[in-house]
Design a protein around this ligand. Structure first.
Ligand SMILES: [Zn+2]
Length: 78
């Protein structure tokens, strides 16, 4: 999956054997790029942080379930 499919702003490929690993790797990718001062990713991270803060635990659970379904349905390059 790409950074974009994981709600990020770029087309970098993210690899992971499980949905959890994919999430962790996408966060790692974002952190690495943010550390280099990439404005697009910094903005995306900020927007995501704000969104997460306003999400209820139930909404977070639903988001994770949706992501895991997307991940399971994704045919290649997991
Ligand atoms: Zn990215």
């Amino acid at each position: 999956m790409t950074c974009k499919q994981l709600y990020g702003p770029c087309d970098a490929l993210i690899h992971g054997a499980t949905a959890e690993e994919m999430m962790a790797n996408s966060q790692k990718h974002a952190m690495e790029i943010v550390a280099k001062g990439d404005k697009v990713h910094i903005d995306a991270m900020e927007a995501m942080k704000k969104q997460h803060m306003s999400m209820t635990p139930e909404a977070v659970k639903q988001w994770m379930e949706k992501f895991q379904k997307d991940f399971a349905a994704w045919p290649e390059d997991k």
